[in-house]
Ligand binder design. Structure first.
Ligand code: GTP
Length: 206
């Protein structure tokens, strides 16, 4: 089970997207409360849950948005991509169509999300490997083509769920700290850096 602390250093927004039935709600419930509902109840629009992670000495509050996979909610759900710093694009390893449809999801992400959004491709339902239709190799290759990280998970067994959420959180944190370093240090670097400035001083004859 994960904690929700009231004080935190950063608030990050992460969105779960992918076809209906791939297991987004189940992944989130398993990760947040270590339980899962086996009955399929389609998400209507969007839902969200909060959790807190400790990472690199910082307390990070994660707001995780679970978006509906159904076509009729797309106009609504894509609004949430805009505010996301991280996105987990999920498919079901037992459903080839959900794997193929990741291309459509990616296009919607590209059209709506921030350009520096951190993304991962998630292959869910590894516990039913006897019904597997999409190989690990196919998943890895697609993630490589998309230029994003890849993990295989199971909401049933909780395999790799913490890893998925902590990996995307770590990427967001790293990206944010890099931007901060650039903003804070680049003016100093441009003042201190040039050798010519120091040479001028040392060669001053007066
Ligand atoms: P939408 O809300 O319609 O977008 O669906 P969703 O992606 O949120 O799927 P949901 O979590 O509701 O899961 C759909 C069905 O798949 C449910 O019956 C779950 O019990 C089942 N399921 C989800 N994750 C797993 C998993 O890792 N393994 C197995 N075996 N079943 C899973």
């Amino acid at each position: 089970m994960v904690n929700v602390s009231t004080s935190y250093d950063y608030l990050f927004k992460v969105v779960l997207c992918g076809d209906c039935g791939v297991g987004k709600t189940s992944m989130l419930c398993r990760f947040i409360s270590d339980r899962m509902d086996h009955a399929y109840i389609a998400t209507l629009g969007v839902d969200f849950k909060l959790t807190t992670l400790e990472m690199k000495g910082k307390t990070i509050k994660l707001q995780i948005w679970d978006t509906a996979g159904q076509e009729r909610f797309k106009v609504l759900t894509t609004q949430y991509y805009r505010r996301a710093q991280g996105i987990l694009l999920v498919y079901d390893i037992t459903n080839e169509q959900s794997f193929e449809n990741t291309a459509n999801w990616l296009q919607m992400i590209q059209e709506n999300a921030m350009s520096d959004v951190k993304m991962m491709l998630i292959a869910n339902k590894t516990d039913v490997s006897n019904s597997r239709k999409v190989t690990t190799h196919q998943g890895k290759q697609l993630a490589k083509d998309y230029g994003m990280g890849f993990l295989e998970t199971s909401a049933h067994t909780a395999e790799n769920l913490s890893e998925a959420f902590s990996t995307v959180t770590e990427s967001i944190l790293k990206n944010m700290q890099n931007q901060f370093d650039e903003e804070v240090f680049s003016p100093f670097l441009s003042i201190n850096k040039p050798d010519s400035y120091q040479k001028q001083e040392s060669s001053c004859s007066c």
